[in-house]
Write a protein that binds this ligand. Structure first.
Ligand code: HEM
Length: 144
């Protein structure tokens, strides 16, 4: 007898839009920092006074709204996920991710307002790494 093949299907739902906005916003936040790191030597050697600062300010104009969208869609995620039935492991991963998100935001803010190169360097690196690991843990929540 011929076996029935399970069909794969897809539909654009509110759920899709929620996850799309979450992943898009965190990609701007984390991916943008990646790109800024790559561009920094070029901006520094361009010989234009203050160019790295101008570029950093331009990035902030998209980075902070993206962080806000990540936070808003993150809270929306919490309402959509059955947290009451989450395993301890899921809760620990989510809690660690949330802490890293807060560290990423706080470090990026200190990085932006500080005038001390050492503080700027340390908080820039910390903010980026915390965001990167938060992203990995985010995918672990949904695909792990
Ligand atoms: C820089 C900040 C953030 C990053 C990098 C990040 C990253 C991610 C990623 C990559 C996913 C997986 C999406 C997928 O597989 O489709 C995810 C899912 C999730 N995130 Fe975030 N996120 C951030 C902020 C937040 C915040 C602030 C919250 C809570 C307030 C949150 C709550 C969640 C939840 C509950 C899920 C699972 C969603 C589901 O299973 O449908 N996230 N996150």
């Amino acid at each position: 007898m011929r076996q029935r093949v399970a069909m794969i299907d897809a539909s654009l739902s509110l759920n899709t839009i929620r996850i799309f906005l979450h992943v898009l916003s965190v990609s701007v936040w984390v991916g943008g920092q990646f790109v800024m790191l790559a561009l920094l030597p070029v901006l520094r050697n361009a010989g234009v006074d203050g160019l790295p600062k101008q570029a950093a300010r331009a990035f902030q104009r998209v980075a902070w709204p993206a962080f806000a969208v990540a936070f808003f869609t993150g809270i929306w995620n919490i309402f959509e996920v059955d947290m009451a039935n989450a395993t301890t492991r899921y809760s620990v991963i989510f809690g660690t991710k949330f802490l890293l998100v807060l560290i990423s935001g706080a470090a990026a803010w200190i990085h932006a307002v500080s005038s001390k190169p050492a503080i700027k360097g340390m908080t820039g690196g910390l903010g980026f790494l915390a965001g990167l690991v938060a992203m990995l843990l985010g995918f672990t929540l949904t695909h792990g």
